[in-house]
Design a protein around this ligand. Structure first.
Ligand SMILES: [Zn+2]
Length: 238
């Protein structure tokens, strides 16, 4: 029996609770695979600023203090992926989507827009670990430098290394607030893990950042996600 050639993964979604390390993984995937990182917040701001038809519609919802409807968000994504940085050498749409979908109806809207993922990377981390990670954050109210009581402690406890200001424990980083965010994630986004079971790769996100990355990269290589990047680099170098 000859091995089946894996389908290249061009449309990637990153799933994970707050604190699961999505930002670090997204940055590495952009660097390694040349994927364009699509964040819904950035796309909304750009479309509103550019005054595109969808941007104008989105602005009317935002001005009214309403959520932007899922179909409109998908329309923004569809517009965004027309840009050359979201096309592979073979002309296929490729992207890394982060922060969308967060709910089953959003996943349906994405499918209806023919933008469903062919690979979903899920960073799985126990809530207790996430609470430790998020609860230990300290921020400098003066210069914004981030610290962590265990993973990135300041030289002098409670004092910013850069400017000497007393660090604060922001209300977002207090345990009660974190537990609420995690509950919301499990309730709204948790069902996506089952929804995407056929194209889901679950990574143990509790290991070191280097371990997480190594696992994500090998999962992507197995699925041929790197093929186009190699072509592009060879092309650019010649
Ligand atoms: Zn500071």
């Amino acid at each position: 029996m000859s091995p089946v050639k894996p389908q290249p993964a061009n449309r990637l979604i990153l799933l994970g609770a707050p604190g699961a390390g999505k930002g670090t993984v997204a940055k590495a995937l952009v660097d390694l695979f040349g994927l364009s990182h699509l964040s819904t917040g950035d796309m909304l701001r750009a479309a509103v600023a550019a005054g595109t038809p969808l941007g104008k519609q989105a602005k009317s919802f935002m001005d009214a203090g309403a959520l932007v409807p899922d179909e409109l968000m998908v329309g923004l994504i569809a517009d965004r992926v027309q840009q050359p940085d979201c096309k592979s050498a073979a002309g296929l749409v490729r992207f890394l989507l982060d922060g969308f979908p967060r709910t089953l109806p959003q996943a349906d809207a994405l499918d209806a827009g023919k933008l469903g993922p062919d690979l979903v990377v899920y960073l799985n981390v126990d809530d207790s670990v996430l609470v430790d990670r998020l609860c230990g954050r300290r921020t400098c109210p003066n210069c914004g430098s981030p610290f962590h009581i265990h993973f990135a402690p300041p030289k002098v406890s409670g004092i910013c290394d850069r400017c000497g200001t007393a660090l604060v424990h922001r209300s977002d980083d207090q345990e009660d607030a974190i537990r609420k965010r995690l509950e919301a994630f499990h309730r709204q986004t948790g069902p996506l893990v089952g929804r995407y079971a056929a194209c889901l790769v679950t990574i143990d996100g509790a290991q070191s950042p280097a371990g997480v990355l190594a696992e994500v990269v090998s999962a992507l290589r197995l699925r041929g996600a790197i093929a186009d990047r190699t072509d592009d680099s060879a092309h650019a170098a010649s």
